[in-house]
Ligand binder design. Structure first.
Ligand code: HEM
Length: 408
């Protein structure tokens, strides 16, 4: 194992800021030019490897010698205290197989393409209702709070079986809103508090569904997994809380940043309005270009790992940079251009390998409906501020704008 605390002024610091919110940091291109791996210094003072090449990012994410277990000594946490909190709460996103597989399987059956399609009508209704509210309230309005956040938190509530009229609805969306809009997610304690509050609410919903089962995901998991003893109550609570947070924060940022990117490029908006069949390709291209979940995938090498002519020593932290892979010019020429007609190549915005996003079918559907419906129903939509006047969240699990004031 190489010395994780070695002082070396030449080692760049991580995370790197984006010069343009719609592209990867310029520093990633510089690192890629020097080779597919580089050492960086993290805010915790540790060093870790970042992986920058598309091929190498996929190879690392698919390698069984690479662990996602947050308890490993050099786990490359980006926030002080994150590792301690994770080691205590044990979210399955930070576990390895076979432990991880048990929780993932439980959710996968609920998130197939078929199941996601069954949600189409409900997601369309959620989006239409939010747009009705926007139009009734009139401009100017903040799209992050009043569209991206409300759409994605409502969809996550409906996914677990909590409808808008349900008294639990306000409690779930309240804990989500306060996690980011209250600023807590940028510290490990804040994030832990937020997750703790959400776990309390989820526990309450589970108790109620046990007493009065419905047709929803939670009721199915209670009957199929909790009752036969396949998972403990605590495990079910944590898994549902992680599912809700993972699906809400990423999608909120991806919707808000996508709309902002489109508002800066009238030619792309015009293309989408002219030809609706472009929308699915546009959503994929926006996922690639914006890569809001750039550094969600955090790993540790469990053995010396040779990829190409580089060896990552056993025990070292590894961050496969999803935005860097998605901007690797050898796979995506002119990677900063947002081009809906780009030749389809596999991006890694949802990661790759055993932890690849379980909610990607739902996310794709939600993004397609949210973006497509908004630009159709509000044809004169425009941003009030220029991108350089907007503040962006660099902490938290996803990158995105704090506020997007729009008018029409
Ligand atoms: C634009 C939207 C989204 C993006 C960019 C995104 C991105 C990601 C990424 C990069 C990972 C992998 C982390 C890793 O390799 O360690 C991940 C995992 C995960 N995502 Fe998503 N996600 C999105 C939407 C969603 C939605 C809507 C849901 C829920 C319905 C969801 C639930 C999850 C869960 C539960 C995991 C953990 C999977 C595992 O560890 O096996 N995500 N997501």
């Amino acid at each position: 194992m190489s010395d994780p605390h070695a002082a070396d002024a030449a080692v760049p610091t991580f995370p790197m800021a984006r010069e343009c919110p719609f592209s990867a940091p310029r520093g990633y291109a510089e690192l890629r030019a020097a080779g597919p791996f580089a050492r960086v210094r993290l805010p915790t003072g540790r060093t870790a490897w970042v992986v920058t090449g598309h091929r190498e990012v996929r190879a690392v994410l698919a390698d069984p010698r690479v662990s996602a277990d947050i308890r490993r000594p050099n786990f490359p946490a980006l926030v002080e205290g994150e590792q301690e909190v994770g080691a205590r709460t044990r979210p399955f996103i930070r576990m390895d197989p076979p432990e991880h597989t048990r929780f993932r399987r439980m959710l996968l059956a609920e998130m197939t393409v078929r199941k996601a399609r069954l949600m189409r009508r409900d997601i369309q209704r959620v989006v239409d209702e939010r747009i009705d509210e926007l139009l009734a309230g009139g401009p100017p309005v903040d799209l992050v709070t009043h569209f991206a956040h409300t759409v994605s938190s409502t969809v996550m509530c409906e996914l677990i079986g909590v409808r808008r009229g349900d008294p639990w609805f306000r409690r779930v969306t309240g804990t989500l809103g306060s996690q980011v809009f209250g600023g807590g997610a940028s510290t490990a304690e804040g994030a832990a508090e937020g997750i703790g509050a959400l776990c309390d609410v989820v526990e309450g919903i589970i108790a109620e569904r046990e007493a009065r089962p419905g047709e929803d995901l939670l009721s199915r998991l209670i009957a199929g997994r909790l009752a036969p003893g396949e998972v403990t109550r605590q495990e079910l609570v944590t898994t549902i809380a992680i599912l809700v947070v993972a699906g809400w924060e990423t999608t909120t940022n991806q919707i808000a940043l996508s709309v902002l990117a489109l508002l800066q490029r009238p030619e792309l908006l015009a293309e989408l309005r002219r030809d609706h069949t472009v929308l699915p390709a546009a959503v994929e291209e926006l996922l690639r270009a914006l890569s809001v979940g750039d550094s969600i995938a955090l790993r540790t090498a469990t053995e010396d790992i040779r990829i190409g002519d580089q060896v990552i020593p056993a025990g070292d932290g590894i961050i496969p940079l999803l935005a860097s892979a998605n901007h690797d010019e050898s796979v995506f020429p002119h990677p900063s251009d947002i081009d809906f007609r780009r030749e389809a190549k596999p991006h890694v915005a949802f990661s790759y390998g055993v932890h690849q996003c379980v909610g990607q079918n739902i996310a794709r559907l939600e993004l397609t409906i949210a973006i497509g419906t908004l630009i159709d129903r509000v044809p004169t939509l425009r941003a009030v501020a220029e991108p350089h006047e907007i503040r962006f969240r660099h902490e938290g699990i996803a990158f995105g704008p704090e506020q997007v004031l729009v008018t029409w």
